[in-house]
Ligand binder design. Structure first.
Ligand SMILES: Cc1ncc(C[n+]2csc(CCOP(=O)(O)OP(=O)(O)O)c2C)c(N)n1
Ligand code: SF4
Ligand SMILES: [Mg+2]
Length: 302
């Protein structure tokens, strides 16, 4: 975001787009994102949302929490519905932003074919995946993005498989814009949305979203855990435009450090990782170290 003023708590609009009081758990990372994200999107937008914690948070007419129109669809068709709504808006000569906003289950597993199609056609929509790393709304079942070793009700001894890297899958389609975000940096998310609104074609935003009941942590630790994921180099904030990847500030500043915080600090904050063995944690640390060695070579000279 080089050509625009960064948003801070002083210049962030006071206007609210959700009514106070909703059904999110206290400490929900999604509720932080939703409130701030709507401030960036503004009133001229329509949401397309599959079953998820977000549908519960938004509520049902006539007591919906959100002030903008929302279409609730089936899991498999989120990106397809958004495509159709955007085409209708275009036919009416309207610039209305169409925003598909889905969970990790709805994106990485059940909705991936419609998303892949929309990506390939480079549809003019914003697609947001808030990744709380499991099917939370139905009681914490494993999803494609649940980390290896993570405890869920369907992986009671820890998930065996590695997680899908959804931004990488999306990047293989070469859409107009990709960004990763964190619920712990809502203003970074805000400004990436402002930028996405100005770009035509498909804009994909993937957000790591701590969830206290699903991750097994105290409600007041949400923001700290999200920040820790970045500080230990596990989850990285970046943008990809025209095929070029650029680290965003919270991650870019880590390039100057020769050693990052150990991933163990992040894992210790959540009971979902208590089944991990020492060997699994060492392997995880090794993968992070290798990734950052690559980043230092790739970005340090620029
Ligand atoms: C086809 C279909 N399968 C299962 C469900 C039940 N269901 C509703 S919400 C949900 C969990 C969604 O998980 P995710 O997309 O990660 O969103 P989260 O609940 O974590 O916010 C499931 C499985 C459904 N509504 N439709
Ligand atoms: S289960 Fe997690 S994502 Fe869902 S409302 Fe509660 S804290 Fe938020
Ligand atoms: Mg989820």
């Amino acid at each position: 975001m080089t050509n625009m003023t960064k948003t801070n708590v002083i210049n962030l609009t006071d206007e609210e787009f959700i009514y106070p009081g909703n059904r999110a758990c206290s400490g929900c990372g999604l509720s932080i994102l939703y409130r701030i994200g709507l401030k960036a999107l503004g009133r001229d937008c329509i949401f397309v949302v599959p079953p998820s914690c977000l549908t519960v948070m938004q509520g049902l007419y006539p007591i919906a929490a959100t002030q903008m129109p929302i279409l609730n669809g089936t899991f498999a068709s989120t990106a397809a519905i958004a495509t159709g709504v955007r085409a209708a808006m275009k036919r009416l000569g309207k610039k209305t932003q169409v925003v598909a906003w889905a969970g990790d289950g709805g994106t990485s597993d059940i909705g991936i074919q419609a998303l892949s199609g929309a990506l390939e056609r480079n549809e003019d929509i914003i697609y947001i995946c808030y990744d709380n790393e499991a099917y939370m709304n139905t009681g914490v079942q494993r999803s494609g993005t649940t980390p290896q070793g993570g405890l869920t009700t369907t992986t009671p001894y820890g998930k065996k498989e590695t997680s899908k890297n959804v931004p990488d899958i999306v990047a293989a389609h070469n859409p107009a814009y990709i960004a990763t975000c964190s619920a712990s940096y809502p203003l970074d998310f805000h400004d990436k949305l402002i930028k996405a609104k100005e770009i035509s074609g498909l804009k994909y935003i993937h957000i790591q979203t701590p969830c206290p009941p699903g991750w097994g942590c105290d409600e007041r630790m949400t923001v700290k855990i999200g920040k820790m994921a970045i500080e230990c180099g596990l989850f990285d904030l970046y943008e990809i435009e025209e095929g070029k990847k650029k680290l965003s500030e919270p991650s870019a500043k880590l390039l100057k450090k020769s050693k990052l915080r150990p991933v163990q600090d992040y894992l210790n904050m959540q009971t979902r990782f208590k089944a991990l063995s020492k060997e699994q944690i060492a392997a995880m640390q090794e993968r992070i170290d290798q990734k950052w060695e690559g980043y230092r070579e790739e970005f340090a000279a620029k």
